[in-house]
Design a binder for this molecule. Structure first.
Ligand code: AMP
Ligand code: MG
Length: 349
């Protein structure tokens, strides 16, 4: 399949270009498009054929449900049933934005879209291209991240092209995304609002609206008995081919340990790299250093993480040592992804 790559400036959306992209959605074809979190791989959410095409383009297991993107809060009534008041309170506070709500699904939503579940994930994105695509197509758009299953989510059009060129009808190149980590997923189908996947909207922010809220116990402690509730959080994800180890502890001790580990790895003949905060980067001179951003600007770290994970593979790095980035707000989400990428290999010093 020849993929139609359409460049659209999010600040000055060309109506004809957008119409061309929306036409593919109406024809039940797939369009990758930017959102404020990561790039999505979109198809008509109410069409079983389009949903099946999404799973097949990504190589995604069929029990891992998709997120339905809408352009106005009222669309919740077309997708969900028994919607709790908390959904509208949270929507009022954080939509449009990086928050996904899990509610009971309406009969018309195909099981192909929900991975066989009776619940459904819904998000109202803020990115102007995403919103315009939903409106122009006249469809609700099911869109998981636009990566091949198992790879880091795409934060730039070039990442999407790497994974999806030739496999889907269209890619909208709308530049680099803003946040760089997937949305916060909040389950509203149990007694207490529960975060199934941490993201840019934090537990404290959710609590400020709903009063009570908690983290999915399966996220806090991952073992055979407590599994994450979001199917997607159970799969191996984001992992670079090289062996990634996180070193955590007091700053100077972390630096010393990483220097030592790098020295050993280099002596063993391995291609070695460090993922460092801007504040510490100068301590690793002589090694390949990926400066992920400043601890004092935690959004930078979230923004750069997936691009660095892809670059590690491009450079065939074999051993990677990363500092820990447990920053005050988005740190929970960053460390959730980084720990998965490291297969939970963590050294405490
Ligand atoms: P992605 O957009 O690729 O990040 O994938 C969507 C994420 O939402 C996956 O982790 C899914 O498991 C999760 N998800 C979607 N629908 C549901 C649902 N009904 N219940 C729990 N998790 C869901
Ligand atoms: Mg994904």
């Amino acid at each position: 399949m020849k993929t139609d790559i359409i460049r659209i400036d999010p600040e000055n959306i060309d109506a004809a270009a957008m119409e061309r992209a929306a036409g593919y959605i109406r024809k039940k074809e797939l369009v990758a498009f930017p959102t404020e979190t990561v790039y999505g791989l979109g198809g008509d959410a109410m069409d079983t054929g389009a949903s099946k095409r999404i799973y097949s383009a990504k190589g995604r297991p069929s029990d891992n449900p998709l997120i339905i993107h809408i352009a106005q809060t009222e669309s919740l009534y077309d997708i969900g049933t028994d919607i709790p008041e908390a959904a509208f309170d949270l929507a009022g506070a954080f939509w449009p934005g990086p928050m996904t709500l899990i509610i009971k699904k309406k009969a018309g939503v195909p099981y192909e879209t929900t991975g066989g579940l009776d619940t459904v994930a819904v998000r109202l994105p803020s990115h102007p291209i995403a919103r315009e695509l939903i409106k122009k197509s006249g469809c609700f758009i099911a869109a998981p991240s636009a990566n091949t299953s198992g790879r880091p989510s795409p934060t730039k059009a070039s990442h999407v092209i790497e994974d999806m060129d030739g496999r889907i009808a269209c890619i909208i190149d709308g530049g680099t995304v803003e946040i760089g980590l997937e949305s916060t997923i909040i389950d509203l189908t149990e007694d207490i609002p529960t975060i199934l996947r941490p993201g840019a909207i934090t537990l404290a922010q959710v609590k400020s609206v709903t009063g009570e809220a908690r983290m999915d116990p399966g996220l806090v402690k991952e073992d055979e008995t407590t599994r994450p509730k979001a199917p997607g959080m159970r799969y191996r994800h984001y992992a670079p081919r090289g062996e990634l180890t996180i070193v955590e502890g007091e700053r100077q001790a972390v630096i010393s340990r990483i220097q030592k580990l790098c020295e050993e790895s280099k002596n063993a003949g391995h291609r070695t790299a460090v993922i460092s905060s801007t504040e510490s980067a100068k301590n690793y001179e002589g090694y390949r250093v990926f400066d992920i951003g400043a601890l004092s600007h935690e959004e930078e770290i979230a923004h750069n993480l997936y691009d660095i994970l892809r670059k590690l593979d491009e450079e065939d790095i074999e051993q990677i040592y990363s500092e820990s980035f447990d920053t005050p707000n988005v740190g929970t989400a960053i460390m959730n992804r980084l720990l998965k990428a490291a297969g939970h290999r963590l050294i405490r010093v």
